[in-house]
Write a new protein. Sequence first.
Length: 520
Amino acid sequence: MATAFEKAHADQIVGCLTTVDRLIIHGHLTMLWRPGAFAAFMLRQGIRFGDFGRYVLKTTEQVKQQAMRIAKEAGRPFIYQQAVVRGKDDLAREIAKRDGITQGLVCVLSTLEMANSFTLVEGRIIARKRKCLHFYFYVIDAELGFMHVRLQSWFPFQIQIYLNGREWLARQLDKRGIGYFRYENTFLRIDDLRVAERLCASFTARRWWRVFDAFARRANPVLPVIRRLGFGSYYWVIDACEVATDLMWKSRRGLLGILDDLFDHALRSFSAADVVRFLGRRILPGRAEVTSAHKPFLAEGDSRVAKKRPEGRRIKHRIRRNWIKMYDKWSVLRIETVINHPYDFKVLRFKTDKRGKRGGTWVPMNKGIQNLRRYVEVGTAANRRYLEALASAKPTQRAIAELDQICGGRVIEGARYPKWNPVEQHDCNIFGAVLAGEHAISGFRNRDLQTYLYRTAATASDEAKRRCSRVCRIIRKLRGHGLVAKVPGSRLYRVTARGHRVMSAALRFRHLDFPMAMAA
């Protein structure tokens, strides 16, 4: 179902698509982390503690030789970088372009990086951070497109897999002969959006751990020994997941015509409480720092390609290690939710009690790959809430005309509704209360507006009744002018698309346009 923002700009938007963008997966050999597990692993091989150093150096050399063998068999370069260097992806893409690689291994890069590892201290094997060699296998996969697998060369051989949902989608569209037009990693147009939407929905249904296990078996030559000795295989977790909703505009010029209003509205109107609500949380902002930042940026790449790309704009609202951001990519407006700390959200878990009755319980969500579907649900819902709130950022000529209409009284089926004064403080306070971001999730009730319109609670029952009656009249007046609508079967009210346009235009004029015009 289209959001209020999409309906308000339906004449300019040619399509909307929600996909998984960047996805970073980590693989952990969890059984080796149990107390005494690594010592038992060595003993099962008949290796004494005194031989710890020689053993781990031997296995590290096996991993290195395997990486070099993979590169040699594919006829691709094996490149060592002395220090951690930014731009590994760019280097791999340059090599692929230079050598005309469209599928298969591109290169293997190696570099020293910090990682959790094991070391022997006073006769005990303990976990400790240390520098060790990491191997980056850059691949253009037949299904996943451009991606990489990073393998730690020292125990416990952590693996990181980086992939992008749009790379995967492009290959699915190619397979079905569906045309599209891309700008870098962004779809500006897709000929059959319905098929694309179904494909994106199927992304989370894939049994990805089987794919990741295959990469692990190929890259890590020590894994068969670990499994044979009863220490299991990799447990796959989601380290970071980006869920993006792309609104495809007819042209970049059309998008640029509204960008200023969107970014200004997001900076001026979205409070810390709004950001918490967008992310679907019901925690007080005071319990976690919420920040918003706005800056120009280059969509992809570094300063060396600045002259080849139009400069974009981005605003990011952050709470803890999760955030929601908005930015433009040519003729696409992107709303993106990034989840790095899933424990802020909940997932439904089913279990059977002692009586054999099966029931569901909402519990904090962990990073397990089995929760990928829930990650996407949370991200999609957050993007939609953001777009719903963003619908009020369009003070167009139509909104101005509607503003004129509410300045006069209305008579509908014999019922008279008084006029509004859209620049008077009292009426603007009402508009601001109705448009509060926390109402974007489930709407508002009479008592919700009372919280905004009165600074203190009623001290007597008569006063509470008068306030309730007064807010009832305000809601009736808002409904009469088509600014809010009642949710069927409840006592909730939601702001209409017209209400977003009219009330936001009034607030903008009072708080921004008029003061700026007077200051000039």
